[in-house]
Design a protein around this ligand. Structure first.
Ligand code: GLU
Ligand code: MG
Length: 393
Protein backbone atom coordinates (compact mmCIF):
# COMPACT_ATOMS: atom_id res chain seq x y z
CA UNK A 1 0.00 0.00 0.00
CA UNK A 2 2.99 2.31 0.31
CA UNK A 3 2.84 5.25 -1.98
CA UNK A 4 6.07 6.10 -3.73
CA UNK A 5 5.95 9.80 -4.39
CA UNK A 6 3.14 11.64 -2.70
CA UNK A 7 4.23 13.09 0.62
CA UNK A 8 1.50 15.69 1.18
CA UNK A 9 3.45 18.88 0.63
CA UNK A 10 2.35 22.06 2.38
CA UNK A 11 -0.83 22.96 0.56
CA UNK A 12 -1.83 25.93 2.68
CA UNK A 13 -1.26 28.32 -0.23
CA UNK A 14 -1.79 25.84 -3.07
CA UNK A 15 -3.00 27.13 -6.41
CA UNK A 16 -5.06 25.19 -8.95
CA UNK A 17 -1.88 24.80 -10.99
CA UNK A 18 -0.06 23.15 -8.05
CA UNK A 19 -2.89 20.67 -7.60
CA UNK A 20 -3.00 19.80 -11.31
CA UNK A 21 0.78 19.22 -11.29
CA UNK A 22 0.65 17.08 -8.17
CA UNK A 23 -2.15 15.00 -9.65
CA UNK A 24 -0.12 14.53 -12.84
CA UNK A 25 3.17 13.44 -11.28
CA UNK A 26 1.33 11.01 -9.05
CA UNK A 27 -0.72 9.41 -11.86
CA UNK A 28 -4.03 10.45 -10.37
CA UNK A 29 -6.68 9.21 -12.80
CA UNK A 30 -9.80 9.96 -10.83
CA UNK A 31 -10.69 12.67 -8.43
CA UNK A 32 -13.38 12.52 -5.79
CA UNK A 33 -15.07 15.79 -4.96
CA UNK A 34 -16.25 15.20 -1.40
CA UNK A 35 -18.77 16.83 0.89
CA UNK A 36 -21.15 15.57 3.57
CA UNK A 37 -24.90 15.59 3.89
CA UNK A 38 -26.64 16.83 7.03
CA UNK A 39 -26.01 13.51 8.80
CA UNK A 40 -22.27 13.72 8.14
CA UNK A 41 -22.36 10.92 5.57
CA UNK A 42 -19.64 11.30 2.95
CA UNK A 43 -20.93 12.03 -0.52
CA UNK A 44 -18.82 12.39 -3.61
CA UNK A 45 -18.85 13.03 -7.29
CA UNK A 46 -16.02 11.24 -9.07
CA UNK A 47 -14.51 12.89 -12.10
CA UNK A 48 -11.77 11.72 -14.45
CA UNK A 49 -8.49 13.65 -14.17
CA UNK A 50 -9.15 15.14 -17.61
CA UNK A 51 -11.89 17.25 -16.02
CA UNK A 52 -9.68 18.35 -13.14
CA UNK A 53 -9.15 21.91 -14.32
CA UNK A 54 -12.88 22.43 -14.74
CA UNK A 55 -13.48 21.06 -11.25
CA UNK A 56 -10.81 23.29 -9.73
CA UNK A 57 -12.49 26.29 -11.31
CA UNK A 58 -15.49 25.38 -9.13
CA UNK A 59 -17.56 24.48 -12.13
CA UNK A 60 -19.03 21.10 -11.24
CA UNK A 61 -22.80 21.35 -10.94
CA UNK A 62 -24.81 18.76 -9.05
CA UNK A 63 -28.40 18.18 -8.08
CA UNK A 64 -28.76 19.13 -4.41
CA UNK A 65 -32.28 17.75 -4.11
CA UNK A 66 -30.99 14.19 -4.01
CA UNK A 67 -28.82 14.83 -0.92
CA UNK A 68 -30.26 14.26 2.57
CA UNK A 69 -31.10 17.56 4.25
CA UNK A 70 -30.28 19.80 1.29
CA UNK A 71 -32.95 21.48 -0.86
CA UNK A 72 -36.26 20.97 -2.58
CA UNK A 73 -36.30 20.05 -6.26
CA UNK A 74 -37.31 23.54 -7.37
CA UNK A 75 -34.04 25.05 -6.17
CA UNK A 76 -31.77 22.11 -6.66
CA UNK A 77 -28.70 23.22 -8.61
CA UNK A 78 -25.54 23.56 -6.51
CA UNK A 79 -21.88 24.02 -7.25
CA UNK A 80 -18.97 22.23 -5.61
CA UNK A 81 -16.17 24.63 -4.75
CA UNK A 82 -13.05 22.59 -3.94
CA UNK A 83 -10.86 23.66 -1.03
CA UNK A 84 -7.40 23.25 -2.57
CA UNK A 85 -5.69 22.80 0.79
CA UNK A 86 -7.54 19.47 1.18
CA UNK A 87 -6.03 17.72 -1.84
CA UNK A 88 -4.98 14.19 -0.88
CA UNK A 89 -4.28 10.93 -2.67
CA UNK A 90 -5.70 7.68 -1.33
CA UNK A 91 -2.73 5.42 -0.60
CA UNK A 92 -4.23 2.26 -2.06
CA UNK A 93 -5.03 0.90 -5.48
CA UNK A 94 -3.10 0.37 -8.65
CA UNK A 95 -0.16 2.78 -9.00
CA UNK A 96 -1.35 3.70 -12.49
CA UNK A 97 -4.89 4.43 -11.35
CA UNK A 98 -4.57 6.58 -8.28
CA UNK A 99 -7.60 8.25 -6.83
CA UNK A 100 -7.32 11.73 -5.33
CA UNK A 101 -9.82 13.73 -3.40
CA UNK A 102 -10.71 17.32 -2.63
CA UNK A 103 -13.15 18.41 0.05
CA UNK A 104 -15.60 20.97 -1.27
CA UNK A 105 -17.70 23.82 0.01
CA UNK A 106 -21.17 24.01 -1.48
CA UNK A 107 -22.32 27.20 -3.13
CA UNK A 108 -25.38 28.37 -5.05
CA UNK A 109 -24.90 28.91 -8.79
CA UNK A 110 -24.49 32.66 -8.06
CA UNK A 111 -21.46 31.86 -5.86
CA UNK A 112 -23.06 32.56 -2.46
CA UNK A 113 -22.51 29.86 0.20
CA UNK A 114 -25.35 27.35 0.55
CA UNK A 115 -26.55 27.75 4.18
CA UNK A 116 -27.32 24.04 4.57
CA UNK A 117 -23.74 22.91 3.88
CA UNK A 118 -22.41 21.49 7.19
CA UNK A 119 -18.87 22.62 6.37
CA UNK A 120 -20.24 26.11 5.73
CA UNK A 121 -22.01 26.01 9.11
CA UNK A 122 -18.67 25.38 10.83
CA UNK A 123 -17.00 28.12 8.77
CA UNK A 124 -19.70 30.59 9.84
CA UNK A 125 -19.31 29.67 13.50
CA UNK A 126 -15.52 29.97 13.23
CA UNK A 127 -15.88 33.46 11.81
CA UNK A 128 -18.13 34.42 14.74
CA UNK A 129 -15.28 33.28 17.00
CA UNK A 130 -12.81 35.25 14.88
CA UNK A 131 -14.90 38.41 15.41
CA UNK A 132 -14.15 37.95 19.12
CA UNK A 133 -10.46 37.39 18.37
CA UNK A 134 -10.53 33.59 18.83
CA UNK A 135 -9.57 30.60 16.73
CA UNK A 136 -10.64 27.11 17.81
CA UNK A 137 -8.19 24.23 18.18
CA UNK A 138 -9.52 20.71 18.47
CA UNK A 139 -8.20 17.18 18.87
CA UNK A 140 -10.37 14.05 18.96
CA UNK A 141 -10.21 10.49 20.28
CA UNK A 142 -12.21 8.42 17.81
CA UNK A 143 -13.36 5.01 19.07
CA UNK A 144 -14.74 2.31 16.79
CA UNK A 145 -15.25 -1.44 16.52
CA UNK A 146 -13.87 -3.97 14.09
CA UNK A 147 -16.26 -6.83 13.41
CA UNK A 148 -15.96 -9.96 11.33
CA UNK A 149 -17.78 -10.03 8.06
CA UNK A 150 -20.60 -12.53 7.86
CA UNK A 151 -20.80 -15.29 5.25
CA UNK A 152 -22.41 -13.08 2.60
CA UNK A 153 -19.97 -10.21 3.24
CA UNK A 154 -22.49 -8.43 5.46
CA UNK A 155 -21.32 -6.95 8.76
CA UNK A 156 -21.75 -9.10 11.86
CA UNK A 157 -21.49 -8.18 15.54
CA UNK A 158 -18.89 -10.86 16.12
CA UNK A 159 -15.58 -9.26 17.11
CA UNK A 160 -12.28 -10.41 15.68
CA UNK A 161 -10.58 -10.68 19.08
CA UNK A 162 -11.05 -10.90 22.81
CA UNK A 163 -8.44 -8.22 23.54
CA UNK A 164 -8.79 -5.43 26.04
CA UNK A 165 -7.33 -2.03 26.93
CA UNK A 166 -3.69 -1.65 25.84
CA UNK A 167 -3.33 -5.42 25.34
CA UNK A 168 -0.46 -6.74 23.24
CA UNK A 169 -0.48 -9.43 20.56
CA UNK A 170 -1.20 -12.29 20.21
CA UNK A 171 -4.46 -11.34 21.93
CA UNK A 172 -4.92 -8.24 19.84
CA UNK A 173 -5.57 -9.68 16.40
CA UNK A 174 -6.85 -6.34 15.19
CA UNK A 175 -3.37 -4.89 15.49
CA UNK A 176 -2.48 -5.54 11.85
CA UNK A 177 -5.66 -3.92 10.66
CA UNK A 178 -5.12 -0.94 12.95
CA UNK A 179 -1.52 -0.53 11.75
CA UNK A 180 -2.75 -0.63 8.17
CA UNK A 181 -5.24 2.09 9.05
CA UNK A 182 -2.68 4.32 10.78
CA UNK A 183 -0.23 3.78 7.93
CA UNK A 184 -2.83 4.86 5.37
CA UNK A 185 -3.80 7.88 7.46
CA UNK A 186 -0.18 9.00 7.85
CA UNK A 187 0.42 8.68 4.13
CA UNK A 188 -2.50 11.05 3.72
CA UNK A 189 -0.84 13.60 5.99
CA UNK A 190 -2.81 12.90 9.17
CA UNK A 191 -1.17 13.77 12.48
CA UNK A 192 -2.02 10.57 14.36
CA UNK A 193 -1.13 11.13 18.00
CA UNK A 194 -1.73 7.57 19.18
CA UNK A 195 -3.67 4.42 18.36
CA UNK A 196 -4.55 1.60 20.73
CA UNK A 197 -6.95 -1.17 21.54
CA UNK A 198 -9.87 0.07 23.64
CA UNK A 199 -11.59 -1.58 26.54
CA UNK A 200 -14.19 -3.70 24.74
CA UNK A 201 -13.36 -6.69 22.53
CA UNK A 202 -12.79 -5.54 18.96
CA UNK A 203 -12.75 -1.90 20.02
CA UNK A 204 -10.02 0.50 18.92
CA UNK A 205 -9.15 4.14 19.26
CA UNK A 206 -7.26 6.59 17.08
CA UNK A 207 -6.31 10.00 18.48
CA UNK A 208 -5.78 12.96 16.19
CA UNK A 209 -3.42 15.71 17.24
CA UNK A 210 -4.82 19.16 17.91
CA UNK A 211 -5.41 21.24 14.78
CA UNK A 212 -7.71 24.02 13.69
CA UNK A 213 -11.35 22.96 13.89
CA UNK A 214 -12.08 22.88 10.16
CA UNK A 215 -9.10 20.61 9.60
CA UNK A 216 -10.24 18.34 12.45
CA UNK A 217 -13.74 18.01 10.98
CA UNK A 218 -12.33 17.26 7.51
CA UNK A 219 -10.00 14.70 9.10
CA UNK A 220 -12.79 12.94 11.00
CA UNK A 221 -14.94 12.39 7.91
CA UNK A 222 -11.87 11.18 6.02
CA UNK A 223 -10.80 8.96 8.92
CA UNK A 224 -14.19 7.20 8.94
CA UNK A 225 -13.83 6.51 5.23
CA UNK A 226 -10.21 5.31 5.49
CA UNK A 227 -10.92 3.09 8.53
CA UNK A 228 -13.86 1.39 6.78
CA UNK A 229 -11.88 0.98 3.60
CA UNK A 230 -8.72 -0.49 5.14
CA UNK A 231 -10.74 -2.72 7.51
CA UNK A 232 -12.50 -4.17 4.49
CA UNK A 233 -9.13 -4.99 2.95
CA UNK A 234 -8.43 -7.04 6.09
CA UNK A 235 -11.81 -8.77 5.79
CA UNK A 236 -13.24 -6.79 8.71
CA UNK A 237 -16.15 -4.42 9.05
CA UNK A 238 -15.54 -1.13 10.88
CA UNK A 239 -18.45 0.34 12.83
CA UNK A 240 -18.77 3.82 14.28
CA UNK A 241 -22.06 2.96 15.96
CA UNK A 242 -22.04 4.42 19.49
CA UNK A 243 -23.15 1.20 21.20
CA UNK A 244 -23.00 -1.86 18.98
CA UNK A 245 -22.65 -4.38 21.86
CA UNK A 246 -25.07 -4.17 24.78
CA UNK A 247 -22.76 -5.70 27.40
CA UNK A 248 -19.65 -3.71 26.54
CA UNK A 249 -18.37 -0.13 26.50
CA UNK A 250 -19.66 2.01 23.67
CA UNK A 251 -17.66 4.23 21.34
CA UNK A 252 -17.20 7.90 22.15
CA UNK A 253 -15.49 10.72 20.34
CA UNK A 254 -14.02 12.76 23.17
CA UNK A 255 -13.34 16.22 21.83
CA UNK A 256 -10.47 18.30 23.23
CA UNK A 257 -10.91 21.98 22.58
CA UNK A 258 -9.23 25.28 23.28
CA UNK A 259 -9.32 28.82 21.99
CA UNK A 260 -6.30 30.74 20.79
CA UNK A 261 -6.04 34.52 20.89
CA UNK A 262 -3.17 36.17 19.00
CA UNK A 263 -1.61 32.73 18.66
CA UNK A 264 -1.54 32.00 22.40
CA UNK A 265 -3.76 29.70 24.42
CA UNK A 266 -6.62 31.79 25.83
CA UNK A 267 -7.61 29.06 28.33
CA UNK A 268 -4.41 29.32 30.36
CA UNK A 269 -3.95 31.84 33.16
CA UNK A 270 -1.39 30.94 35.85
CA UNK A 271 -3.14 33.31 38.26
CA UNK A 272 -6.66 31.98 37.60
CA UNK A 273 -8.47 29.24 39.56
CA UNK A 274 -6.88 25.88 38.66
CA UNK A 275 -4.58 27.72 36.20
CA UNK A 276 -7.56 28.43 33.97
CA UNK A 277 -8.53 31.83 32.56
CA UNK A 278 -11.97 33.44 32.81
CA UNK A 279 -12.39 32.58 29.14
CA UNK A 280 -11.89 28.89 29.99
CA UNK A 281 -14.25 28.98 32.98
CA UNK A 282 -16.95 30.62 30.88
CA UNK A 283 -16.40 28.32 27.94
CA UNK A 284 -16.88 25.34 30.28
CA UNK A 285 -19.99 27.00 31.72
CA UNK A 286 -21.35 27.41 28.18
CA UNK A 287 -20.75 23.72 27.38
CA UNK A 288 -22.54 22.72 30.61
CA UNK A 289 -25.43 25.14 30.10
CA UNK A 290 -26.10 23.81 26.61
CA UNK A 291 -25.17 20.19 27.33
CA UNK A 292 -28.65 18.79 26.80
CA UNK A 293 -29.27 20.65 23.56
CA UNK A 294 -25.81 19.74 22.24
CA UNK A 295 -26.74 16.05 22.44
CA UNK A 296 -29.16 16.44 19.53
CA UNK A 297 -26.15 17.05 17.31
CA UNK A 298 -23.25 15.31 19.06
CA UNK A 299 -25.33 12.15 19.77
CA UNK A 300 -27.66 11.92 16.79
CA UNK A 301 -28.81 8.28 16.80
CA UNK A 302 -31.26 6.37 18.99
CA UNK A 303 -28.30 4.07 19.53
CA UNK A 304 -26.30 7.05 20.90
CA UNK A 305 -28.40 7.01 24.06
CA UNK A 306 -27.67 3.34 24.69
CA UNK A 307 -24.06 4.43 25.27
CA UNK A 308 -24.91 7.14 27.82
CA UNK A 309 -25.62 4.71 30.68
CA UNK A 310 -23.77 3.98 33.96
CA UNK A 311 -20.78 1.68 34.17
CA UNK A 312 -18.94 2.27 30.89
CA UNK A 313 -17.03 5.55 31.39
CA UNK A 314 -19.55 7.44 29.28
CA UNK A 315 -20.84 10.68 30.81
CA UNK A 316 -24.18 10.63 32.59
CA UNK A 317 -24.27 13.92 34.50
CA UNK A 318 -23.78 17.57 33.61
CA UNK A 319 -20.60 18.37 35.52
CA UNK A 320 -16.95 19.13 35.07
CA UNK A 321 -13.83 17.89 36.77
CA UNK A 322 -10.08 18.29 36.87
CA UNK A 323 -9.52 14.77 38.05
CA UNK A 324 -11.87 11.95 37.28
CA UNK A 325 -13.21 10.58 34.03
CA UNK A 326 -16.89 10.28 34.81
CA UNK A 327 -17.91 13.91 34.13
CA UNK A 328 -19.15 15.46 30.94
CA UNK A 329 -16.28 17.96 30.79
CA UNK A 330 -12.81 17.02 31.94
CA UNK A 331 -9.86 19.41 32.13
CA UNK A 332 -6.65 17.46 31.49
CA UNK A 333 -3.72 18.46 33.69
CA UNK A 334 -1.60 20.06 30.95
CA UNK A 335 -1.30 23.84 31.20
CA UNK A 336 0.46 26.44 29.08
CA UNK A 337 -0.12 25.98 25.35
CA UNK A 338 -1.67 22.55 26.04
CA UNK A 339 -4.48 23.90 28.24
CA UNK A 340 -7.77 22.49 26.99
CA UNK A 341 -11.13 21.09 27.94
CA UNK A 342 -12.40 17.70 26.87
CA UNK A 343 -16.09 17.17 26.15
CA UNK A 344 -16.82 13.46 26.61
CA UNK A 345 -20.38 13.17 25.35
CA UNK A 346 -19.94 13.24 21.54
CA UNK A 347 -19.92 9.93 19.73
CA UNK A 348 -18.40 9.02 16.36
CA UNK A 349 -21.75 8.87 14.55
CA UNK A 350 -22.06 12.65 14.69
CA UNK A 351 -21.62 15.04 11.79
CA UNK A 352 -18.26 16.51 12.90
CA UNK A 353 -18.79 19.86 11.17
CA UNK A 354 -22.07 20.44 12.98
CA UNK A 355 -20.74 18.97 16.24
CA UNK A 356 -17.70 21.28 16.40
CA UNK A 357 -19.84 24.26 15.35
CA UNK A 358 -22.35 23.51 18.12
CA UNK A 359 -19.66 23.03 20.81
CA UNK A 360 -18.00 26.30 19.80
CA UNK A 361 -21.36 28.11 19.80
CA UNK A 362 -22.07 26.81 23.32
CA UNK A 363 -18.64 27.86 24.60
CA UNK A 364 -18.85 31.31 23.01
CA UNK A 365 -22.31 31.79 24.50
CA UNK A 366 -20.82 31.11 27.94
CA UNK A 367 -18.14 33.74 27.21
CA UNK A 368 -20.64 36.30 25.88
CA UNK A 369 -23.03 35.83 28.81
CA UNK A 370 -20.12 35.78 31.28
CA UNK A 371 -21.58 32.70 32.95
CA UNK A 372 -19.43 31.18 35.68
CA UNK A 373 -19.00 27.44 35.82
CA UNK A 374 -20.08 25.86 39.07
CA UNK A 375 -17.49 24.12 41.23
CA UNK A 376 -15.81 21.12 39.68
CA UNK A 377 -16.93 17.72 41.01
CA UNK A 378 -13.81 15.66 41.53
CA UNK A 379 -15.40 12.60 43.13
CA UNK A 380 -16.85 9.72 41.13
CA UNK A 381 -20.42 10.88 40.55
CA UNK A 382 -21.67 7.36 39.99
CA UNK A 383 -20.68 6.56 43.57
CA UNK A 384 -22.26 9.65 45.19
CA UNK A 385 -25.52 9.25 47.05
CA UNK A 386 -28.66 10.67 45.48
CA UNK A 387 -28.61 13.36 48.15
CA UNK A 388 -25.03 14.42 47.37
CA UNK A 389 -25.84 14.46 43.65
CA UNK A 390 -28.81 16.73 44.39
CA UNK A 391 -26.67 19.05 46.50
CA UNK A 392 -24.17 19.42 43.66
CA UNK A 393 -27.03 19.84 41.19
N1 GLU B 1 -15.60 4.26 25.54
C1 GLU B 1 -15.88 5.26 26.54
C2 GLU B 1 -16.99 6.18 26.07
O1 GLU B 1 -17.99 5.70 25.67
C3 GLU B 1 -14.67 6.05 26.92
C4 GLU B 1 -13.48 5.28 27.40
C5 GLU B 1 -12.29 6.21 27.59
O2 GLU B 1 -12.21 6.87 28.63
O3 GLU B 1 -11.49 6.32 26.66
O4 GLU B 1 -16.92 7.39 26.10
MG1 MG C 1 -10.92 6.01 24.73
Amino acid sequence: MRHARFLVPDLSAATAKDVVELAEVNDVRFLRLQFTDILGVNKNVEIPATRLEKALAGDILFDGSSIEGFVRTVESDMLLRPDLTTFRIFPWGDSQQRVGRLICDIVHPDGTPFPGDPRGVLRRQLSLAAERGFTMQTGVEVEFFLFKQGADGRPSTETHDVGSYFDLTPVDLGEDARRGIVDALEQMGFAVEAAHHEIAPGQHEIDLRSADALRTADDIVTLRFVVRNVAQRFGLHASFMPKPLFAHAGSGMHTHQSLLRDGTNAFHDPTGDFGLSDVAHRYIAGLLAHARALCAITNPLVNSYKRLVPGFEAPMHVSWSLKNRSPLVRVPSRRGSGTRVELRSPDPSTNPYLALAAMLAAGLDGIDQQVDAREPVDSNIAELSHREQRRLR
